[in-house]
Design a protein around this ligand. Structure first.
Ligand code: SF4
Ligand code: SF4
Length: 360
């Protein structure tokens, strides 16, 4: 272990010398963020390395318009809202789903399959599935849509806000003021999309993309690999998680997603509209499309005044630089989504990072 840590230190030193400045690495995924904090890696690494938390948490990037629309649906007597638990505390402009749970038509699901069961058990109600998450959760949604189609289930409606990681990385790098040197790419998303999915990013932007799992040693290896590439001026796609991540990913999962969804332009909280970044149901499945069938009009809205989630998600500021951090905004009373999810950067900083060094 010591040997691997020493290797990382050596490569970080080489990279900072080669760049003549601090190295900025973005961990795209919130699980990496939490794992980094939990293991104390943020402080263990030398000053020459800055870790930036990216937009890889589905809760953090879900906009007010989406939440408000779900709340409107929750207020309807003919609907039952099926959602994963992490969404119910996300604040929209009209509060959160949690504040509506007394009405009894909000059901927290443990898996997408439970949604089908709910639909069958409540034929007189419209079951609206709050479908969020990245490439990891989209296949499960695609499976239930397919099954509902085959079983002729008429009362299931998917309100899809599934997001894609690659367009988000591209959007971050297209920002002129971005300060990202490389990406530590999420292990489980990469299990689905395959490490080759990052190739166009490396070719176009010359930024290393290294896939790592969530164990601290894998993160350390990933950072060492990134710094080596930066020091050698040889950006590439690589993986320190080869046991789980193949070059081409999970073809079965990709196929079912391609059968059910089309990529469309989509709104990301804090980041705005990102081209071809959101999965919407294909026309063939439009009878399951909540947006088309339930007469809803989801209008995204810019962030709440004072909440700096957008800058946090782009790696431009650390959460303590937001004036509301720990004063008005806490995990018990979140103002912005980055404080809601345990994987959100602000929540991770609140839990683990408040007493630690704050590197600018
Ligand atoms: S959804 Fe997956 S990729 Fe996104 S933050 Fe959560 S664990 Fe990471
Ligand atoms: S501390 Fe709260 S208000 Fe500030 S950026 Fe984070 S979530 Fe938004």
């Amino acid at each position: 272990m010591l040997e691997r840590i020493n290797r990382a230190y050596k490569q970080i030193a080489r990279a900072t010398t080669a760049l003549g400045r601090r190295v900025n690495i973005m961990e795209v995924c919130g699980t990496h963020t939490v794992s980094i904090f939990r293991a104390g890696l943020r402080d263990a690494f030398p000053e020459g390395l800055k870790l930036l938390s990216g937009p890889g948490c589905p809760v953090c990037i879900t906009d007010h318009g989406y939440i408000d629309t779900v709340i409107e649906l929750a207020d309807r007597d003919d609907c039952i809202i099926a959602t994963y638990g992490d969404m119910i505390r996300v604040p929209g402009r009209k509060g959160s789903l949690e504040q509506r749970t007394s009405k009894g038509n909000i059901k927290v699901m443990l898996s997408a399959e439970d949604v089908l069961k709910l639909a069958k058990e409540n034929p007189a109600k419209k079951i609206v599935f709050v479908a969020v998450g990245f490439e990891t959760t989209a296949p499960a949604t695609a499976v239930i849509v397919n099954e509902a189609h085959q079983q002729n289930i008429k009362n299931l409606f998917v309100f899809s806000n599934h997001k894609l990681v690659i367009p988000a990385i591209r959007a971050l790098l297209s920002e002129v003021n971005n300060n990202i040197d490389a990406f530590l790419c999420p292990g489980h998303v990469s299990v689905i999309i395959g490490s080759d999915a990052y190739k166009p990013i490396v070719e176009e932007y010359k930024k290393p993309c290294v896939v790592a799992g969530f164990e601290p040693m894998q993160i350390i290896d990933g950072i060492a690999e990134i710094c080596k590439q930066l020091a050698d001026a040889a950006p590439a796609v690589s993986s320190v998680y080869p046991a789980a991540v193949s070059k081409h990913g999970n073809k079965t999962a990709q196929k079912i997603v391609d059968e059910v969804f089309d990529a469309a332009d989509g709104y990301w909280r804090g980041l705005g509209v990102i081209k071809q970044s959101t999965l919407k149901l294909k026309d063939k499945f439009s009878s399951f499309d909540a947006e088309k069938q339930l007469n809803i009009n989801c209008i995204p809205e810019e962030d709440l005044t004072g909440c700096r989630c957008g800058e946090v998600l782009c790696g431009l500021i650390d959460p303590p630089q937001c004036a509301m951090f720990t004063s008005q905004c806490t995990p018990d009373k979140p103002v912005g989504p980055c404080m809601v999810s345990s994987e959100g950067a602000c929540a991770a900083w609140f839990k683990y990072g408040r007493r630690r060094r704050h590197r600018q």
